[in-house]
Design a protein around this ligand. Structure first.
Ligand SMILES: Nc1ncnc2c1ncn2[C@@H]1O[C@H](COP(=O)(O)OP(=O)(O)OP(=O)(O)O)[C@@H](O)[C@H]1O
Ligand SMILES: [Mg+2]
Length: 325
């Protein structure tokens, strides 16, 4: 299937001052009209990638183009095609929601009438009409994020970049924002978003790249990625967690086991057929006197995809950063 390409990223590398390589040799394409996600743990390089695409950062090497325009050479053109919702909100505490949008309208050189019309539409879209004339400092986290999104949409962009659109929001607000994103896609907009959340990537993105340590580990639709893993996952919870390493080594390499990994409470085993693997697993557990508290098996999920491609789970990765280990 031939699809129009909205964004072409070619061997993009960004090294920050001091020599830290934040993203290395990224290549991918985003198709017109899709929701494309960059999924990865803290520090993976998601924001850096996004900021390069929106011309805020210059690539150290490699290139990116937006609707055929190079992000360095044709930065001015690119800026007219895109909207951007940053990870850290830049909301002023004293301005009202409407005033934020009016200020941006002036920055974009919209006429007063044009700005007023678009602002009214956007406030309606993100359900902030009633709160529009209150200072933004009185908004909840979800309302602030809605205002951020309205700001990103004000230039009427062809492509919208959302950096962690629902970070830190409650479930209800996250679902509302997912609805907006789907609606924008329904209107033909191309959307590129980053996320720390597996469920968000799974449910919202048409295709996604899993990124870790500045590199793309795998790329595809959530379904493709899960099917690509092959087989099912058998998860064991052991009564005695000190037995985990023994069972891992006993099962690793057995014909029915594709991959065996220790988890905090037991093992995750990727198997071709649970029926065949289960008897072998139980036999080994018995022989080694590993008492099982719980056995569960499931079709691959996006977290299994993440583990298979990065060797660790998304939550572990986040903890690594937080504890600095
Ligand atoms: N301005 C900067 N100067 C130096 N290093 C930076 C700068 N910005 C980011 N980095 C580093 O580059 C790496 C990638 O950071 P980036 O913000 O792109 O990650 P991220 O995937 O967006 O993470 P998060 O989920 O926490 O938002 C990190 O190691 C970070 O510390
Ligand atoms: Mg980020």
């Amino acid at each position: 299937m031939d699809r129009a390409i909205a964004i072409e990223v070619s061997r993009l590398t960004k090294t920050y001052d001091g020599g830290h390589v934040a993203v290395a040799d990224l290549s991918f394409q985003v198709y017109e009209g899709e929701i494309f996600g960059l999924l990865g743990p803290n520090g993976a390089g998601k924001s850096t990638t996004l900021r390069t695409l929106i011309t805020l950062l210059t690539p150290t090497s490699g290139s990116a183009s937006i609707l055929g325009h190079d992000t360095v050479r044709d930065a001015d053109v690119v800026r007219q095609l895109i909207g951007y919702v940053p990870q850290e909100r830049a909301i002023d505490r004293f301005l009202t929601g409407r005033e934020h949008l009016e200020l941006l309208g002036a920055l974009y050189h919209l006429s007063k009438a044009e700005a007023a019309k678009r602002i009214a539409e956007l406030l309606k879209l993100v359900e902030l009409e009633e709160a529009a004339d209150r200072p933004a400092k009185t908004y909840s986290g979800g309302m602030k994020r809605k205002l951020d999104i309205a700001c990103g949409l004000l230039p009427n962009p062809k492509i919208l970049f959302l950096d962690e659109p629902t970070l830190g929001l409650d479930v209800q607000s996250r679902l509302r924002i997912w609805d907006y994103v789907r609606m924008l896609k329904g209107r033909g907009m191309t959307i590129v978003m980053t996320t720390n959340y597996l469920d968000e990537a799974d449910q919202l993105c048409d295709r996604l790249a899993i990124i870790d340590g500045g590199k793309i580990k795998t790329l595809g639709s959530p379904t493709e990625l899960k099917i690509g893993l092959g087989g099912d996952i058998v998860s064991l919870t052991l009564k005695d967690q000190s037995k985990i390493p023994v069972l891992v080594s006993a099962l690793t390499g057995q014909p029915a086991m594709r991959a065996v990994k220790a988890t905090p409470t037991g093992l995750d085993i990727r198997v071709d057929s649970p029926e065949k693997a289960l008897s072998a697993i139980l036999e080994s557990a018995n022989r080694l006197d590993c008492r099982l508290e719980f056995i569960e098996y499931h079709r691959p999920r996006l977290d299994d995809v993440f583990i298979a491609h990065t060797g660790r789970s998304m939550t572990e990765s986040v903890q690594d950063i937080q504890t600095g280990s």
